[in-house]
Write a protein that binds this ligand. Structure first.
Ligand code: NAP
Length: 254
């Protein structure tokens, strides 16, 4: 089923994510932080995954202060985690919640902007690991939990350079092409399964640390804030998008 309207204009009903358990990576800052607060404000229990525990604790406190369901804290390094850590993460989620209703792959790193001819090989490997391979590993261990939900949703995060190659975007662009491919393969594998949908969001230019790193000369005030672009995420995670799968959504519609 295709999108019935532009998801960026979605206006959710209050509490529409009540009783849903959603795992969100990169929840400590930028888009992830705003999304975590929004998900909780709409009733979801959010499992906050990120590298730096202090940032996750700040989001935890914000959610609790806002009266949202108590979140889970999952300090986890997507660059260095190995199979035992992924298995332990899935075990912890199984014990705590018994299922997942949502998985948002939001964490990512830019690496460096550099021509391919001079691209630093260790940086290339790090970016591909965090932005792509870790998403595959996390998806794989979470699928059994998602399959226990009556209505589950996976969101992958791409970028404008994930569909059309652009000079000097190197490993970041290639990792996002890979993410789009991973999402398409997975969506095809679950085609016809109304209980699990898989979609891609391109957030568009958003006022975060990553954007500032990529465009140091840009005035951040010209950009939407993370809190202004969460509607498409909410739509794809809630019951109104049941059956919508294999789509690519831009989070900022005109
Ligand atoms: N902002 C934009 O304009 C824009 C445009 C297109 C696409 N995107 C995509 O949107 C997503 C969010 O980006 P953002 O702009 O919000 O970036 P951000 O502010 O830099 O946040 C990135 C998040 O990823 C987490 N992360 C990085 N490395 C990690 C690791 N090894 N293990 C666990 N977590 C890790 C960070 O956690 P710590 O802080 O704990 O390290 C941080 O919370 C990314 O996938 C990005 O590619 C952004």
């Amino acid at each position: 089923m295709a999108l019935p309207f532009h998801a960026a204009h979605y206006q959710p009903a209050p509490g529409f994510l009540k009783d849903r358990v959603i795992l969100l990576t990169g929840a400590g800052s930028g888009i992830g932080r705003a999304l975590a607060r929004d998900l909780a404000a709409h009733g979801a229990t959010v499992a906050l995954l990120g590298r730096q525990i202090k940032k996750l604790e700040r989001v935890y406190d914000e959610i609790v202060a806002g009266g949202g369901p108590t979140p889970a804290l999952l300090p986890f390094d997507l660059e260095n985690a190995l199979a035992p850590q992924y298995d332990a993460l899935a075990d912890a989620l199984q014990k705590e919640f018994g299922r997942l209703d949502g998985l948002v792959h939001n964490a990512g790193i830019l690496g460096v902007r550099s021509p391919i001819a001079h691209f630093d090989v260790p940086t290339w490997c790090r970016v591909l690991q965090v932005n792509l391979t870790a998403e595959f590993c996390l998806t794989q261990v979470c699928l059994p939990l998602l399959e226990k939900s009556a209505d589950a949703s996976i969101i992958f995060t791409s970028s404008g350079v994930g569909q059309v190659g652009r000079a000097y975007w190197g490993a970041y662009a290639v990792s996002k092409f890979g993410v789009e491919g991973l999402a398409q393969v997975l969506a095809h594998e679950y085609q016809g399964n109304e209980r699990l949908r898989i979609n891609v969001i391109d957030p568009g230019a958003t006022r975060t640390d990553m954007r500032a790193l990529a465009y140091p000369g840009e005035d951040p005030k010209t950009l939407k804030t993370p809190a202004e672009i969460t509607a498409a995420y909410l739509y794809l995670l809630g019951p109104d998008s049941r059956g919508v799968s294999g789509e690519r959504v831009h989070a900022q519609a005109p």
